[in-house]
Design a protein around this ligand. Structure first.
Ligand code: NIG
Ligand code: FE
Length: 427
């Protein structure tokens, strides 16, 4: 049979099978579905066959063939939490933190998120596109083929819409699939410093109905992404209270958006419990989550997204209690959190290296958390993140002889070739 692309002779081909059609939960995390001397065949952007080379190859012919001998072949990474659209940088805050200031002290003096908000408001959309595109290029070169992207540096209706438009322009002009999330409740902007609830009113009454606009979602092409697929809220000290977060998420759910929350990054305000109660797609950060909320999370369908580049970026020493989450039966995923304040990190392989060490998970567990499970965190768990037949042909060829080298080696890019939708886009 004729196909478009055939990859063969992989030392290790990692299928990363779904479990009962879903993510890999609890201690079942890390099922690689490993095929030695493996092959995978793509046609019309999808995976049409996978198995041992000697079984698959005789049945298929493709104009492009890749010999992956001595290499690991796995699904493209899905990065389910990024703030990759912003203007300017905050290198000065990095230096202030090295000298002893804390992230929250800098935020309280009007720096932090608000400093990026000022720069992002001042930037025309073309500048935001031009600044974000090379970041996406580097993410792609490091193996990310799908990424969630948040707004949240605009904090007015017009500036949040400008961020959604930026995502839309990049979505149609860059190989990475982008999943837009509205994060109007990222910070209380300075003009509302004395009336945070007034800002929540604005988010709920004016911004959400516009960004969740179902008519916009049905329009073809560019306009399709002018609406968000998820709504997120930063529920933490110095940001939004549990009650404010609930208001935002309830309004979003009413409008049909999927839900996400930044919870327990600095202080345990109950955000993880709220995510479980509201059936959120994911709860993210989870550094200081209380044991009782971990137990509830573990019994739920809410994905636990850990962002180890963030404590690393802040030189903090507390990381997500991944073993407690797995013990509770939870769905663990990994993301970069790519943002100019806490973690300007574009590399999922680096995140995997951190997760192995500080979450104490194996390379096999980290690989599933960065693909199949993270795809479930953005509602695409039946589309990408696995090399099962029917999935999108988003595939990586890693210049590593064995999956155990993933995370073991760091400070290098192990990604040799990237295939997106069945087409070679890197290497
Ligand atoms: O996930 N926590 C909130 N948002 C980001 C930081 C954003 C920023 O500092 O600009 C985070 O860490
Ligand atoms: Fe974040």
């Amino acid at each position: 049979m004729k196909a478009d692309l055939l990859i063969h002779s992989a030392a290790q081909l990692c299928v990363l099978p779904s479990h009962d059609g879903g993510p890999q939960r609890g201690h079942h995390l890390g099922d690689l579905g490993l095929i030695e001397d493996g092959a995978v065949v793509c046609a019309d952007g999808r995976i049409v066959a996978v198995g041992p080379t000697e079984e698959v190859r005789p049945d298929w012919w493709a104009p492009v063939e890749i010999d992956a001998s001595g290499r690991v072949v796995c699904p493209g990474f899905v990065d389910p939490h990024t703030h990759v659209i912003w203007a300017g940088d905050r290198a000065d805050e990095f230096v202030q933190r090295i000298r002893g200031a804390t992230y929250q002290e800098i935020m309280a003096r009007g720096g932090g998120i608000m400093s990026t908000v000022r720069a992002t408001r001042a930037a025309p959309m073309a500048q935001l596109v031009a600044e974000a595109r090379p970041r996406l290029d580097r993410m792609l070169a490091h193996g990310t083929t799908t990424a969630e992207v948040k707004t949240g540096y605009g904090l007015t209706l017009a500036d949040e819409m400008k961020m959604l438009e930026t995502i839309a322009v990049l979505e149609v002009s860059h190989p990475i699939t982008l999943v837009p999330t509205f994060l109007g409740a990222h910070a209380v902007p300075e003009e509302f410093a004395h009336d945070p609830d007034g800002y929540v009113d604005l988010v709920v009454e004016e911004m959400l109905p516009r960004v969740a606009c179902p008519e916009a979602r049905q329009e073809p092409c560019l306009a399709r992404t002018l609406s968000a697929r998820f709504c997120d809220v930063f529920c933490d000290e110095g940001a939004f209270t549990l009650g404010q977060s609930r208001r935002v998420l309830e309004a979003a759910r009413e409008l049909g958006l999927g839900l996400k929350i930044h919870a327990d990054e600095f202080a345990p305000l109950g955000g993880t419990g709220l995510a479980v109660e509201m059936g959120a797609a994911s709860a993210d950060h989870l550094v200081c989550t209380p044991p009782e909320e971990i137990r509830r999370l573990g019994r739920s369908g809410t994905v636990a997204v850990s962002l180890p580049a963030t404590p690393f970026g802040l030189a903090h020493h507390a990381y997500t209690p991944a073993h407690a989450i797995l013990e509770a039966g939870g769905i663990l995923a990994l993301a970069t959190d790519c943002n100019p304040g806490t973690a300007w990190c574009e590399s999922m392989p680096f995140v995997i290296g951190l997760a192995c060490r500080y979450l104490r998970i194996t390379p096999a567990q980290a690989l599933v958390a960065a693909t199949l499970n993270s795809a479930h965190a953005v509602g695409l768990g039946e589309e990408v993140g696995s090399l099962q037949e029917g999935y999108g042909a988003d595939i990586l060829i890693l210049n590593l002889p064995d999956v155990q080298h993933l995370g073991y080696r760091f400070g290098i890019n192990p990604v040799e070739q990237v295939i997106k939708g069945g087409r070679v886009v890197v290497g």
